[in-house]
Design a protein around this ligand. Structure first.
Ligand SMILES: Cc1cc2nc3c(=O)[nH]c(=O)nc-3n(C[C@H](O)[C@H](O)[C@H](O)COP(=O)(O)O)c2cc1C
Length: 304
């Protein structure tokens, strides 16, 4: 039987398989990223790292609903200096880590890159899309001009591939993507969580301390698929798909829409086995449909 490899190359990133741990799902330590990689992920995206340490919002920051999770963690992270030290400690292990970063504007993004760039990791994912943190989310990710200057600032400070993570909370998503690509982004990640809220009926209070949060999980997948499909039609750069993937069918659907690799977030709360399960399912599908490479499936949903 022909040996099926799940290897992919995404804007210069060489991954053993198309699955990546999505940003922010399991803590902020390099150890937790390593655990996802050892469990079968082709790579892992860090929690978004900012210039200074940040505690995030007070509890409750996460609520489970029958439509998925709503979170407003508030970009809690140890700051670029501490995270840089953590990365330095795993030097030589060649871990397929992508570092997600955020900032209040082009200069702050640039400072974060300067502090992290000397370390060994694969690429940056720019969080231009957090739906619930004032000053660093929608203000940046919904405005093509600001997004362009953020990408230019990062681009001028690193040779590593840069992915812009987009928000589907704006009708200007494709304009923001164009601004990012024209300013030197090597790829696009779509999508982040969708702005959301829940209210408890007995107390009549919004559940999360921050009131607004972002919805993730199965229910946002059709939104992600539509956005990835649109981006694939509009751009040549590779797309990393994200949003509601928990089975191999979901992952294949994202590849067919145009994603070259797929991030898994909320589904991880059901166990780290999700990566090997999805990889096994993709392999079986490839054998059944006679695909030799994952890349052969990318964008096939556009032929109809
Ligand atoms: C608790 C939690 C924290 C998150 N933190 C971040 C973050 O720091 N940076 C980021 O870009 N996305 C963050 N996200 C969004 C995820 O990376 C992903 O885009 C989103 O959850 C959709 O994918 P999923 O449905 O597979 O979870 C977070 C999501 C959750 C649930």
């Amino acid at each position: 039987m022909v040996e099926r490899s799940l290897r992919v190359k995404v804007a210069g990133l060489r991954l053993e398989n198309p699955l990546l741990l999505a940003s922010g799902i399991v803590g902020v330590t390099v150890d937790s990223l390593t655990r996802a990689i050892e469990s079968g992920a082709g790579g892992a995206v860090s929690k978004s790292i900012g210039l200074e340490p940040r505690e995030g919002y007070r509890n409750p920051t996460l609520v489970a609903t029958d439509s998925g999770l709503v979170n407003a963690v508030g970009l809690s992270n140890p700051g670029a200096r501490v995270f840089s030290e953590e990365l330095a400690a795993v030097k030589g292990r060649r871990l397929p880590i992508v570092v997600s970063i955020f900032g209040g504007g082009p200069a702050e993004f640039g400072r974060v890159v300067e502090m992290l760039d000397g370390n060994e990791f694969l690429a940056y994912e720019l969080n231009l899309s957090c739906p619930h943190v004032e000053g660093v989310g929608t203000e940046i990710g919904h405005d093509p001009e600001v997004a362009a200057s953020v990408v230019r600032s990062v681009r001028s400070r690193t040779k590593k591939p840069v992915f812009a993570k987009l928000s589907a909370n704006t009708h200007r998503m494709v304009d923001v993507a164009k601004a990012a690509v024209d300013s030197g982004a090597d790829g696009l990640t779509a999508i982040n969580t969708m702005r959301a809220m829940t209210i408890e009926v007995e107390t009549r209070r919004p559940t999360l301390s921050h009131k607004f949060g972002g919805l993730s999980g199965t229910s946002i997948r059709p939104i992600a698929i539509a956005r990835i499909y649109e981006l694939y039609q509009a751009f040549k750069v590779p797309i990393i798909g994200c949003g509601g993937v928990s089975t191999w069918e979901h992952a294949v659907e994202m590849l067919l829409a145009g994603a070259s690799s797929v991030e898994v977030g909320t589904a991880l709360y059901n166990g780290y086995g999700v990566f090997s399960d999805i990889n096994q399912g993709i392999t079986n599908y490839m054998v059944r449909k006679r695909f030799k490479k994952v890349q052969e499936m990318v964008g096939l949903g556009h032929k109809f």
